[in-house]
Design a protein around this ligand. Sequence first.
Ligand code: NAP
Length: 454
Amino acid sequence: MALKSINPSNGILIKEFAEISDVELIEKIEAAQRAFLKWKNVSYSERSRILNNAATNLRENKNKYGETLTLEMGKPINQAIAEVEKCAWVCEHYAENAEKILAEEIIETDASESYVRFDPLGIVLAVMPWNFPFWQVIRFAAPALMAGNAAILKHASNVQLSAIAIEEIFVKSGLPENLFTTLVIGSNRVEQVINHRHVKAVTLTGSEYAGKSVAEQCGKNLKKTVMELGGSDPFIVFADADIDSAVSTAVTARIINNGQSCIAAKRFIVVKDIAEEFSAKFAKKLASVKIGDPMDKSTELGPIAREDLLHELQTQVDKSIKLGAVILTGGKILERDGFYFPPTLITNVRPGMPAYNEEIFGPVASLIVAEDENDAIRIANDSPFGLGASLWTSNIEKAKLLASQIDSGSVFINGMVKSDPRLPFGGVKLSGYGRELSHYGIKEFVNIKTVWIK
Ligand code: NAP
């Protein structure tokens, strides 16, 4: 089957990619294994040199790669360029810090000498989503390669131009051949890769459905996994918050990446004393968002990445409305070329509605009114997901105490949830397990090895 890249801003096919054969697939895995056996003995300084080259390459070509992203999945061009720059940052971060993080740790025991080493595992397979086509891949590849592993990428079917561009970046940066390999395959062939004896671990970023399926296949093979899955992040606003600042961040947090970010704020939980003011200001600001061609630098909201996802979004909104939710703005697919959904605010959102229980992957904000602060925290935790959370209050001491009560992988106080190479990133509950970024991320794919000497 051929994989298709379709421009979501007009629905036109950009290119088709023929899948590789089974024989080619095995050859690529075996070539990656041979490359790994050499790479694991390469010094950190040489690995750093190559990763720094990759960073330079990314920065110098940020406009070109940004356009590739925008063309293929529709994010506004400024955000696409920023994504490429962030990729350069994560390469530099690990180029600078991997050796320190993975230095041997001496531990006093009954031995004359005992210590811990961090050795690479081998080939790590990454199954990646289309929503941040460069960032998701590079944030996995930079630490995995710096730790001495080889990387194999199975990217989302609709972003093969990005997948191929990333492989080219690494090759151009001097990475030995076959250490980073893109497999042009559909998701039905991932199991074949997992089953291969040379594939030692798998990291998946994507939906809960894909995560469960891949985790099950890895479980059968006892292969280590990291799962970065969906989210329905709460954005909690207390009465003592700076409402205008909260509203303005709420808009960005919901529409960034055309509303298709795992850590986008999705459930806006507002205490009742300020609910009316917040919802009126929020609806007004959402309605004024500039929708348009994502290649236009002034566009704030572009299209949904795929036509099927656009219709799925409409179904989730319609079902919520049928169950009693009320639209304050937006709510219907726009009648124009491409896959456009307007910024939408729905209120009266209650348990049992898709807008309450499911991940809504598009610019649709669910407003949920809480009785008081305790009720707001209860609602925040009343979700199958637990990726990020944003809490708005002027009482920082109270917020710090409440951070421990929120079931999520991160809590941002008076700010939008975001990723940063220096901070661990990941979730709990159906948002997955394991961590990326920081020193926690690079240690996911190493053999933590004890050495004991008499
Ligand atoms: P998706 O449909 O789950 O796809 C993700 C990747 O998994 C794609 O490469 C896909 O391949 C593959 N895949 C899907 N089903 C599979 C299966 N049964 N077996 C093996 N591979 C399978 O997700 P998406 O629509 O690309 O991305 C959106 C989702 O990713 C959202 O839920 C979002 O929250 C989540 N996400 C999470 C994070 C995080 O860090 N936690 C970050 C970004 C996105 P095909 O494209 O070929 O189907």
